[in-house]
Design a protein around this ligand. Structure first.
Ligand code: SME
Length: 138
């Protein structure tokens, strides 16, 4: 964190790069643990604005990843019963946790308007992105 670019500006730039370069990444954003509360707070994002700026742990795909500490790949959001819809155009979602010193401090969340687009290559790539993000935050 040694430049004039703030952490949020860097995270926003990552969202822009991912959304602009990967055709099936249609909403790209970060959620972070909100202080010592058991909830996530929306960080930088690119895509349609969402009403879901706060998500309690356990709620939706994002809230489940906050407690499972595992990647969550959703090929078909309509098949999920614990899902928070942000836009009716979304068909699929991937959420990858961000770890700092072994602690799950947040996540990258990507929505796709394409059904079942995410592969293990997306998981490995986004795990790499999340490790870089952890370095930016730490
Ligand atoms: N669909 C997410 C909510 C966040 S929006 O995708 C931006 C969920 O179920 O947790």
């Amino acid at each position: 964190s040694n430049s004039n670019t703030t952490v949020d500006e860097k995270l926003y730039a990552i969202c822009e790069l991912l959304e602009a370069n990967i055709t099936y990444y249609n909403w790209v954003g970060f959620y972070f643990k909100n202080g010592d509360k058991n909830e996530l707070k929306l960080g930088p994002y690119v895509g349609e604005p969402t009403d879901h700026t706060i998500i309690p742990f356990g709620k939706g795909i994002c809230g489940q990843v906050a407690v499972s500490n595992q990647n969550f790949v959703v090929p078909d959001v309509s098949a999920q019963d614990n899902y928070i819809a942000c836009s009716i155009t979304v068909k699929a979602e991937i959420v990858i946790p961000i770890f700092v010193n072994g602690e799950n401090i947040g996540q990258i969340d990507i929505d796709s308007n394409t059904p079942d687009p995410f592969t293990e290559a997306d998981e490995r790539f986004l795990e790499f992105v999340c490790k870089q993000v952890a370095e930016i935050i730490a």
